[in-house]
Design a protein around this ligand. Structure first.
Ligand code: 13P
Length: 256
């Protein structure tokens, strides 16, 4: 068994009012209790960070955001800084999600600035990488993942790399119900770990958690989570309801 603790993170995307978010997180917290076998993170929209953060006080569930701006403050209408997230006791932030790359034209260079700013402010980045269907079909998967990973992590030191989480999210599997096969997922996860070993050394690569994201559900999670290089999940749809999210936490806890 790997020494890496499994991590299950819920990406709520643009869902739930603050009141709905608090109800969901209260259900999660009361069911999770004092379990420490799995690290659990919830990433609500910005508007619910404060209320969800308060509901998480003293719980074994960590708070994450879905995006951040690299500058500490200034004239960036509509944006949120690392310091603002830290003030709500967020400890993680999703960076470079494919929805942000696609709909908001985020580039690898901009994503890299966010990663560096987050690490500087003691916020753990969950850096997302993944290919589109067209890229997979044309045999470009590993090349695309390598570019996104290496550009996103440029300038990150070996020491800080252990605070980074990577999420492999094949774009064609997100919200589509089409999950990557365990072989497809494990192949890319092993490739990512080999790249981390090349760039940061084997010992560091062995410490970094690599999550799978894309239609992960309680039914397919046990098989995915038992792969050698799959250290958890970044969950969209199935994180919006306490039962399925908690079943995913249980599935992660059950992997030996
Ligand atoms: P789904 O689990 O809804 O496919 O979303 C995955 C995702 O994008 C998590 O960031």
């Amino acid at each position: 068994m790997s020494s890496r603790k499994k991590l299950i993170a819920g990406n709520w995307k643009m869902n739930k009012t603050s009141a709905d978010a608090v109800s969901l997180v209260q259900e999660i917290v009361s069911a999770i209790g004092k379990q420490t076998d799995v690290d659990v993170v919830v990433c609500p929209p910005f508007t619910s960070l404060e209320s969800v953060g308060k509901a998480l006080d003293g719980a074994n569930v960590k708070l994450g955001a879905q995006n951040v701006h690299p500058e500490p403050s200034g004239a960036y209408t509509g944006e949120i800084s690392v310091g603002m997230l830290r003030a709500f006791f967020a400890s993680y932030v999703i960076i470079g999600h494919s929805e942000r790359r696609t709909y908001f034209a985020e580039t690898d260079a901009f994503i890299n600035q966010k990663v560096l700013a987050s690490l500087k402010g003691q916020l753990k980045p969950i850096l997302c990488v993944g290919e589109t269907l067209g890229e997979r079909e044309s045999g470009a998967t590993l090349r695309v993942v390598q570019t996104q990973l290496e550009s996103g992590l440029e300038g990150v030191s070996k020491d800080l790399m252990t605070s980074v989480v990577i999420a492999y999210e094949p774009v064609w599997a997100i919200g589509t119900g089409k999950v990557a096969t365990v072989e497809q997922a494990q192949e890319v996860h092993a490739f990512i770990r080999a790249l981390l070993a090349k760039n940061f050394g084997e010992a560091t690569a062995q410490k970094v958690r690599i999550l799978y994201g894309g239609s992960m559900k309680p039914a397919n999670a046990p098989e995915l989570l038992s792969q050698k290089d799959i250290d958890g999940g970044l969950i969209g749809g199935a994180s919006l309801e306490s039962r399925s999210f908690l079943d995913l936490v249980k599935a992660a806890a059950a992997v030996k």
